[in-house]
Write a protein that binds this ligand. Sequence first.
Ligand SMILES: C[S@@+](CC[C@H](N)C(=O)[O-])C[C@H]1O[C@@H](n2cnc3c(N)ncnc32)[C@H](O)[C@@H]1O
Length: 428
Amino acid sequence: MPTPARLHVAHALHEVFGEKGRVPDIWDRDLGEDAHLAQALLGLCLRRWGRLQAWVKPQLKDPARGVPLGTQVALAMGLAQLAWLPGVSDHAAVNESVALAGDRDLGFHPHKGLVNALLRRAAKDRAALAAALDALPSALDRPPAAERALKAALAPHGALDQVEALWSRLQQPPRPAFRLVRGEVPEGLAPDPEWPGCLRLEEGAPFPRPWLESGAGMVQDRSSQALLAYGWDRPVTRILDACAAPGGKTTTLARRHPGAALTALEVHPRRAARLRQTLQQRGVAAQVIQADAAEWLEASDATFDLILLDAPCSGSGTLQKHPEWPWLAHDDLPRLTGIQRRLLAAAAGRLTPGGLLIHAVCSWLPEEGIAHRDWLAEARPDLRPAKVWPAALGVADGTGREVTDLFRPHPLRWEGEGFQAFAVQRSS
Ligand SMILES: C[S@@+](CC[C@H](N)C(=O)[O-])C[C@H]1O[C@@H](n2cnc3c(N)ncnc32)[C@H](O)[C@@H]1O
């Protein structure tokens, strides 16, 4: 019987490659000490899936025949442990994968012998296996969706020749970034020298779960932190966070504009309930309303001086954190861009004169960001670009104090999720 950690990894791989579903954020919650092994193994299998399968093919009697997913999963997990996890013994890597291959739900029983034979052979020289896998082209691990996202990230910076460099950066598991909500900075966290207010884990420090659970701090990606450092000094009395859960940006908005009345909308009932709880725990005063933001805005006569529309999106900018992203179906982009546009139109209609609207997505794809900006410029000539971010974010070459209405951190010079945002101001 495979260990719970390996069963979890196998389940996650079946979810991604069988169902085209995401890996849930808390998939490893019950694994205790073994969570590290599970995280490392799942990351390796997802990030190197293409080359692991390419290594297997020529070893098969009939390489042209399809390989059942149960066999692919057992082999990928076994090979990844042998090649890249030196702390795992040959015995554990091989036997647990063979047991997985024999599992009724997760394996493919007729291939138990094949999995055993291939892994035993590979285990005889683990260094050679690693070298052979590393020598395969990294492009094998990049399905078309990943290729497209990388090009979209690099094109605006004139850096299309950097695809390999960006891909290789995105293969490193991301380092989390934090923000203090109240109280003192706990031990184990240190200021990020590049970004004011951002906290990073010190070398070897444990993940600060109790601090996060107490509401005294939160995880917030560096790009989100930089996005919310917009330069805006007009008075703000009413703020709308139109797509608010899990509430990281709502928390920052409340801290940036103390005294302003803050409304937070969230369409999913469970996420809205959780948002209410989180904000309360953090001491953030906001009116949380569970509603479809477009419907609510279209029906409401409320107006706001500041609207943040952190819209639901493809999440292409999060593929470092979500290495399954390249392998998902991505057939819902037209639906998502339709929702984004409807939300944007509704939000634009509820700005006070002189008010600021920020549209943000954690995606590099132009149809989720810059295309909406162009559309809005045509549809609403009373809204003009608001230059609220430094043009040279993440660029230390002294490009001066230029400012821009477009938030698009350079994906190779700025450590953070891929983000795309624009800001507009309504004429007074
Ligand atoms: C990108 S996330 C927001 C993250 C959040 N701003 C933060 O920083 O913590 C988008 C959120 O919008 C919600 N959402 C999606 N469609 C929505 C809609 N039509 N109206 C309101 N919320 C929506 C999603 O459930 C999700 O929680």
